[in-house]
Design a protein around this ligand. Sequence first.
Ligand code: M6R
Length: 621
Amino acid sequence: MCGIVGYVGDRPCRDLLIAGLEKLEYRGYDSAGVSVISDGEIDSVRAVGNLANLREAVEAHSLNGDGPSVAVAAPPATIGLGHTRWATHGRVTEENAHPHGDCEDKIHIVLNGIVENHAELRRELRGQGHEFSSETDAEIVSHLIERHYDGDFTEAVREAFGDLRGHYAFVAMHRDHPDTLVGARKECPLVVGLGEEENFIASAIPAFLAETRSALGIENGEIVTIHKGDVSLTDADGNPRSREPEKVTWDEDAAEKGGYATFMLKEIHEQPDAVAETITDRLPTLDGVDLSDVELDDEFLRNVERIVIVACGTSYHAGLVGRYAIEQWARVPVEMDIASEYRYREPVHRPNDLVIGVTQSGETADTLAAMRLAREGGSKVLAISNVMGSQGTRDADAVLFTRSGIEISVAATKTFVSQVAAIYLLGLRLAELRGTMDRERIAHLVAELKALPSKLQETIAGTEERVRAIARSHYDQRFFMYIGRHIGLAVCLEGALKLKEIAYIPADAYAAGEMKHGPIALLDESTPVVCVATDSPVVEKVLSNMEEVRARGADVIAIATEGSEDIAAAADQTLWVPRTDWILQPIVAIVPLQLLAYYIAREKGLNVDQPRNLAKTVTVE
Ligand code: M6R
């Protein structure tokens, strides 16, 4: 996820901007840039890689004397923008790094998030004579402001904002308004830091916390105009708004975690954004899926005979969920394999097979080895990964990127939901190409997918406190059982993995129908049994399995779809998740299980971000 910093005041701003960007490094990025207004011109430096590269580029720019220099601008620039980019649209190149300019290089912008309608706007602007210098969706915004500009900078930004669809936050500056920054927010965060005769704007508070603790959060749909001595807000229609700033009391460590106690909790809360970033612009209309960023030939997808998903850990569980969707929607057989087992069974590969390596890091040795084997065997290989430039993305024939931003906590959370979302997109695309689903069902699923980010938000808000209470009463249990069927089973496997890895509590996840074939012997009066009983064609069967375990005195915690009173009646405690199309339920159903493991680990006083014996990326086979 990208980072934004802006400054306007009296101090030389280059170092302030880069220092602000450094405070946002934890979000992950692959390129960075700063632009300042210096001597009546916009001066910009961008670099691929880390901020040390950007600093070097800034110094080199000054030594080479290329135009007014960011480093030696005289008088030093006191207004500017900085950005760290995590590539989504367009490759990792200097041209695609932000800030982006308009045709005359009078306006520069930095943007986080995704402009959904970038392709149509680009066409339209091209038709009006605009020329683009990057492959990004973000560049559209500077050209739109240019198109609307008529002497009133804020008004031009407001009108440009009205042209955009998607979820984003951006900040703009104009050469002819060298004392003004204008920002706008739709979903992605934006906050102003208020100083004495100086102000900051950023995507997150840590960017300016060393300079000021007075913060004014920008709300959805608001436009903010910032000068060194004042800040004014309007809504998207230009009506004035006002709000008192707040005092930030976090220490530096909390600031890096966005005010959350741990990275894991922060990342759980970032799940709505991670899914939105992964799906939004790939679902431009209700008619279907746009996977044109994935270089897989439509003809190949139409004729694919079998899909094999290889992955480890949480990524394997994401694949398990995805298998149900692909098979049901596209009627292609899907096999699953744990990557560390795959090679040893001498798998058969065929040219019409698609082998999918699911790996958030793109560096897991076993998954890479399985992908390589498949490729050598003549199958097409698709990587589903969160990290551009990772080995897996280089080895594969095509890549479907999840766009979760960097995940720091060892326990995977937001990458899981975005992997599942990415596989849903692929499943829908396959169904579309193979004609296995009617248009109404596709449109229904697209609408349901688009609603997932807000349903995730609802789930977190609706379950967190209740889960905390359950964690307080169950943290000293010695064993947990998770049961579910169909997609619910995959959710159970992932929930149990979370509990094992961060709370160090033995847990088993079992197909509910199998309990009577042995595992039910494990249960006694004290055993918590987590039942994933969300809507599905097998929910009645899950209900009878719940009754079966309850009859043994187990303490049943149900994850149920809102309104399923019969499930609640069979449980000791119920955690409700919002209704979605049933096959999409895993994305919301996993949330209470992540939170349960998290709060149990916290009750036990454990370091959830760095569990014992585990590394974030396993590069050894
Ligand atoms: O980077 P990958 O997705 O390939 O990693 C695979 C597993 O190591 C990973 O999902 C692991 O199970 C999680 N960190 C568990 O939370």
